[in-house]
Design a binder for this molecule. Sequence first.
Ligand SMILES: [Zn+2]
Length: 246
Amino acid sequence: MKRIIVKTTVLVILGAIVNVAVAWGCALGHNIFNRAPAHSSGTAGDEIWEATWISDWGAVWVATSRVRPISADAIAYINPPRATLDASLSRYQKPSDAYTSADAEVMESCVTELRGWPFVSLYSQGRHLFTANDYSMMQRVKAVPPLVAGIDTGLTWQLSGATWPRASGATWPRVLPTRPIWHGFAVNTIFYAAILWLLFAAPGLVRRRRRLKRGLCPACAYPAGDGATCTECGEPLNVERVISVR
Ligand SMILES: [Zn+2]
């Protein structure tokens, strides 16, 4: 029993390591910025918001900008076709307290990148609160908000002018995500632990079963005899277990 707990724990830890390695591999190696982003904007209460996102295998990237109160400047820039942002995307884009409690015009920019496969399991995030006199609207578009979660690798993705007309020629940082998305993290960890178990434990189980079928000791493969233990190595030969294994 103790051995099973230790083995399971080791498998789960290895599964978690593989999960992180895959998420980081996706973040470093899978370019999603050559795809056309989806775009949405609208107003909600006293704010005007805009969202841009990309969903692909192993990756979700979402960038939102919120401005409040609604100014003529903001409307001119955001120009709503009214729409709502999907809850699965807006979950990570909630405004900060500093944004909601500001009493002058503010804009909050938030960019979240979720990575992992088969489910997204880790995310990075950049966030910045701008006041009206910080900069012009056009600079807001191109500004990369500083990271609040994640590791900047110093590498970048090239944004293609065909799919990113507003940011043509610009680059986007390649960031390693560090914050867990718990449900995805748990499912991926179990998924990789199961694969590791299949790779390492299953061949041994198959070999034991084959030996038992042929009347050989499962441990040493010598003819097992009819006793309760193997005559060669002393391994217990439990007949009931032999049947249940079949
Ligand atoms: Zn034996």
